[in-house]
Ligand binder design. Structure first.
Ligand code: NDP
Ligand code: 8X3
Length: 258
């Protein structure tokens, strides 16, 4: 029997856009209470009415930059009492910056990716998982990527952050063995979100080319996989889900329609 998400507390990082926003919507449809954070609080607030209409019984939005170790510690340590017993954590906040040969790349790009995708994920995990262990209940769902399985040209550091996510998920699962807390890594290929706009710093034309002449994954496809993993019965641990557009076999093998 599947696990009900009704009135469960689901915390999604980076919920203001793309996969995080779609995951929030899918969890809302399952009746979950939503704890949502991002840097753009206004975007979270703009989503609230729709999420309530979709079925979220309660929502708590807050601003958080996951790179800020102190802010993560303080904000998550001081959540209102009613929001502390988190059932599902979705570590989604992440980004890529640039597509450049590693030996020529801008070091600030590296730091932003590592600080967000690796250190940010770790800070949030460190703040939330002890409570899950104490309650012997919980599920951590990390958003990885096929980039963490296969490195591709000019993306070495982004790929390394997602390879780190993969091993952090494995390591955490090992350390949690013997508890009821589960860890899942959801590893998508190309998903049409703001991801490429952020990667190319607003260069719309270059971003659009990423998804040209293929039928890319949509954020809702990933949300579907996240919620599927979260609703498996307690004795089932979905360790990794790898999903790509049908037109994409791996980062290199992609068939475009023309
Ligand atoms: P979007 O750019 O649409 O969303 C990224 C989200 O992350 C935004 O809500 C953003 O919120 C948040 N975020 C970024 N930096 C921070 C930060 N420092 N603190 C808090 N929140 C932050 O991209 P996607 O939805 O595509 O990306 C979501 C995840 O999916 C990422 O981890 C990405 O690596 C991964 N992924 C994406 C794929 C794709 O092809 N799109 C494929 C595989 C994985 P805000 O700016 O408001 O803080
Ligand atoms: C994002 C997918 O292949 O563009 O993680 O790096 S890819």
């Amino acid at each position: 029997m599947s696990t009900s998400l009704k009135d469960k507390i689901v915390f999604v990082t980076g919920a203001s856009s793309g996969i995080g926003a779609a995951a929030a919507m899918e969890f809302a449809r399952h009746g979950a209470k939503l704890l949502l954070c991002a840097r753009r609080l206004d975007r979270l607030q703009a989503m609230e009415a729709e999420l309530r209409d979709a079925g979220a019984p309660d929502i708590f939005n807050f601003q958080l930059d996951v790179r800020d170790r102190e802010a993560v510690h303080t904000t998550l340590g001081q959540l209102p009492e009613a929001w502390r017993a988190i059932d599902v954590l979705v570590n989604n906040a992440g980004l890529s910056r640039g597509l450049t040969k590693l030996y020529q790349d801008d070091i600030e790009n590296w730091e932003e990716m590592i600080d967000t995708n690796v250190k940010g994920l770790l800070y949030v995990t460190r703040a939330i998982v002890p409570g899950m262990v104490e309650r012997n209940h919980g599920h951590v769902i990390n958003i990885g990527s096929i980039a963490g399985h296969t490195a591709y040209p000019n993306g070495g550091v982004y790929c390394a952050t997602k390879a780190a996510e993969r091993f952090l998920s494995d390591g955490l699962r090992i350390d949690l063995n013997g508890t009821a807390v589960r860890v899942t890594s959801i590893d998508p290929g190309m998903v049409e979100t703001d991801f490429s706009r952020i990667r190319f710093r607003g260069d719309e034309e270059r971003a659009a080319k990423t998804y040209q002449h293929i039928d890319p994954l949509q954020a809702e496809d990933i949300a579907d996989a996240i919620v599927w993993a979260a609703t498996r019965p307690p004795h089932v641990s979905i360790q990794t889900v790898v999903l790509t557009p049908t037109a994409q076999a791996n980062p290199f093998v992609i068939t475009r329609k023309s």
